[in-house]
Design a binder for this molecule. Structure first.
Ligand SMILES: *Cc1c(COP(=O)(O)O)cnc(C)c1O
Length: 291
């Protein structure tokens, strides 16, 4: 809802918004940008995530025959790319292209906490490049629920009525805000522990039965399986052994480390996944090769 509110505020109906081809706004928000804001979502292929060159190439020349763009959206860290961090410098380059084309920038920062910890930048510095910034309190920060949208005062004042129109007006939000404040005090300082755990997890499963890990920047581990192993079967067998994973596709599995899973539990979860992979692959560990 925070992302959709920003899209509604910053875009114009009948235009397109430019974002990475794997963006949350494109894949997991029920075509909300089309239905709510009346915009076309234009996926931009990244390397692995949309950079300034990719954005620049995607901006169409002004013409009566093609849609105009009205907004650029970034996602940092990038979930679909395996919790990938876009550096502050790379974000600045993207924003320079956007500004040169008079396009505002919305930052989907559901995991901005992780981006800040991994890049050793402040949250304020990362947020400062965008016109609006969404943050989620329920991902790595560990709240049961909650997100926020930040931006210029006048815009956010209008955002409150958009939120209510979208069904998100609440008189009971204080208890949720208290949880978010607690998480900012108690959980934000420990978020780098999840990144260290993710690296441990990756080192245990990478190469097992031909599976390849996308080297994790933060707390998301993407595991690519050889054609002979079905991701859904691995996930089901791990679940039977009380280890939860997300099947990302038939050949890719996502594991996420977070504050509810200690380092020793992460090692155990990785060992279980490795056992299952070895069993299903019918072979042992092949030589590890990072990509
Ligand atoms: C989860 C997520 C959201 C939505 O966050 P909520 O707190 O559920 O509203 C937006 N963007 C990304 C990249 C996410 O992973």
């Amino acid at each position: 809802m925070a992302n959709q509110t920003a899209v509604w505020l910053l875009s114009r109906p009948g235009t397109e918004i430019l974002l990475d081809a794997g963006a949350h706004i494109l894949h997991y928000e029920m075509a909300g940008a089309a239905a709510l804001a009346g915009v076309q979502v234009r996926p931009v292929a990244g390397n692995p995530v949309m950079d300034a060159a990719a954005l620049s190439a995607a901006i169409r020349p002004t013409s009566p025959h093609v849609p105009r763009a009205s907004l650029v959206c970034l996602e940092n860290t990038h979930n679909g790319a395996g919790g990938r961090v876009t550096s502050l410098a790379a974000m600045r380059e993207i924003c320079d292209i956007a500004r040169a084309n008079e396009l505002p920038v919305h930052l989907d920062g559901a995991r901005l906490w992780n981006a800040a910890a991994a890049s050793h930048e402040t949250l304020a510095a990362l947020a400062s490049i965008a016109d609006t910034v969404m943050v989620s309190f329920s991902k790595g920060l560990g709240c049961p629920v909650g997100a926020a949208l930040a931006g210029p005062r006048d815009l956010i004042a209008e955002g409150w009525s958009v939120r209510k129109r979208f069904g998100g007006g609440m008189r009971q939000s204080g208890i949720l805000a208290a949880a978010a404040l607690h998480a900012l005090d108690a959980h934000l300082p420990r978020i780098a522990e999840d990144h260290a755990s993710a690296k441990i997890y990756a080192s245990i499963v990478d190469g097992v039965a031909g599976a390849r890990v996308v080297a994790p920047d933060t707390n998301i581990i993407m595991l690519d399986l050889p054609a002979s192993i079905d991701a859904f079967a691995v996930v089901a067998e791990c679940r039977r052994r009380d280890v939860l994973l997300t099947p990302w596709s038939a050949s890719r599995i996502r594991a996420v480390t977070h504050l509810d899973v200690s380092e020793s539990a992460v090692r155990q979860a990785a060992a279980t996944a490795a056992e299952v992979l070895e069993h299903m692959g019918g072979g042992g560990r092949v030589q590890s090769k990072r990509h």
